[in-house]
Ligand binder design. Structure first.
Ligand code: ATP
Ligand code: MG
Ligand code: MG
Ligand code: MG
Length: 439
């Protein structure tokens, strides 16, 4: 992409309404614009990051054997009356009436809708196990939307639902989700710690939230410092293996890590004092096992091996896709702007032309642009007639992992400058060497 043809409405001033750094940088970097309270337009740069995060979520879900689909944002109230949640959900649910006076709602989550799909089509244990998911916009009329996309009213969520014959099978689905989430967040450059949590309005006995540690997090968390040493890394997991998934769950949940809702002073007291950490965290996902809570009232039953009709065991599993954009920035920035992890960066490398219009500078930049594109990488080329300082400030703000600076002085010796956004270190090298380093 050439910046002269892009739409990147960078703000010079820090917007007064933004209280936390991710919100400030997302507004300043022209990633989002508020449409109304807690509802945002995703401008091109923000949209690109959102899509990259979404893509990682898709890839890891499919890798775990889960099946993508898409359900609508608007739902009929009937199903929610059937499950008993229409009244229970309260004012967070946006209720709508259509022209025929039918009660509708903008879905805050999809347990009812998916259970209805399931019961309409699946009748036998032979079709199990089954896990379906989608990535779709949700609406929750949050009492205090704030922190930009972190607590929006409209937000993008991955929500997946497993259907299993037995509790045992459903717990494997739970463990499988935990493993796939660990991989998902690590690919985004995040450490998200699974913590024992409270099930809230979804209901159920088993649940873990995934929290990214950050001072601006809305949850208070208590954990054993040993847990932050755990890395999922690039281990190969057979998602069908009950033993392998359970072993990962045990490894990542055996140390104390809880949110304030489930914090237990008595257990806490047994942890060596120098390992006890009290901090704040951002909830970027949650997994639930809730058994037959929906299948029973909604009649989602299958025949088992003996011909008995039994309600299926279910769980649901969410990832806050749009919240993650903010959470990643909270976890990775400095005083000059965002520092994107490689896995989610909107462009792989920025090219800064110090002397736009100079034939040799322009040609060298074009060559770099073509070379990166040929390698399947996306460069963002600042080809505007701007001062060097302004170009550098924009690149720092939008946080691409690499910057290549092309100027007449270096080019005389066949050199460009490669700068790492994370370390700030710059090195002179040939364009070929710079391409090799980035790729
Ligand atoms: P919170 O405690 O932050 O209100 P939640 O527990 O109500 O979140 P879940 O029902 O578990 O949310 O939804 C799954 C994921 O969706 C959450 O882990 C979070 O990452 C994301 N999410 C929930 N509410 C919002 C929101 N208002 N804005 C952005 N993302 C959200
Ligand atoms: Mg909530
Ligand atoms: Mg929560
Ligand atoms: Mg939650």
């Amino acid at each position: 992409m050439r910046l002269s043809r892009y739409f990147l409405p960078v703000l010079k001033e820090t917007p007064a309404e933004a209280q936390i750094v991710s919100h400030r940088y997302m507004l300043r970097a022209g990633m989002i614009k508020q449409a109304s309270a807690g509802i945002y337009s995703w401008l091109p740069l923000g949209f690109k990051v959102l899509r990259r995060i979404e893509q990682i979520v898709h890839e890891e879900q499919v890798r775990a054997g889960h099946i993508p689909m898409l359900m609508p944002t608007l739902q009929s109230a009937d199903l929610w009356k059937e499950s008993g949640r229409y009244d229970a959900y309260g004012p967070e649910m946006l209720r709508i009436r259509d022209r025929h006076d039918r009660d509708m709602l903008y879905g805050p989550t999809n347990e009812e809708l998916i259970t209805d799909i399931f019961r309409s089509h699946v009748t036998s244990y032979k079709d199990l196990p089954l896990t379906l998911y989608h990535i779709q916009w949700k609406f929750r009329d949050e009492i205090r939307p704030r922190f930009g996309v972190m607590r929006g009213r409209e937000f993008l969520m991955k929500d997946g639902y497993n259907f299993d014959l037995t509790k045992e099978d459903a717990l494997h689905a739970y463990n499988r989700h935990l493993v796939s989430y660990l991989r998902t967040y690590e690919r985004m450059g995040l450490q998200a710690i699974p913590m024992r949590a409270d099930s809230g309005p979804i209901g159920g006995d088993d649940t873990h939230e995934f929290l990214v540690l950050a001072e601006t997090g809305e949850s208070e968390v208590f954990y054993d410092s040993e847990i932050t040493d755990l890395k999922f890394g690039d281990r190969e997991i057979d998602y069908d293996s009950v033993e392998q998934c359970r072993a990962v769950l045990e490894e990542f949940t055996s140390r104390y890590a809880r949110t304030d809702e489930t914090h237990d002073e008595a257990v806490w007291a047994d942890i060596p004092e120098d390992r006890r950490r009290v901090a704040r965290g951002i909830e970027v996902g949650q997994i639930f096992y809730f058994g037959t809570k929906y299948s029973e009232p909604m009649g989602a039953v299958v025949t088992d091996r003996d011909g008995n009709r039994v309600p299926v065991h279910m769980g649901s599993h969410g990832i806050g896709v749009s919240r993650l954009v903010g959470a990643i920035i909270e976890a990775s920035h400095d005083e000059n702007g965002i520092i994107w992890p490689e896995g989610v960066t909107p462009y792989h490398v920025g090219i800064v032309n110090l002397k736009q219009g100079d034939a040799s500078c322009d040609a060298a930049c074009e060559d770099l642009y073509k070379a990166f594109t040929a390698k399947g990488l996306e460069p963002l080329y600042d080809d505007r007639e701007e001062r060097a300082g302004a170009k550098f400030a924009t690149m720092d703000l939008i946080g691409l992992p690499w910057r290549i600076t092309v100027g007449p002085r270096g080019l005389k010796n066949g050199m460009v400058e490669l700068t790492s956004r994370r370390t700030g270190e710059s090195e002179e090298m040939t364009p070929e060497a710079a391409i090799a380093r980035v790729a």
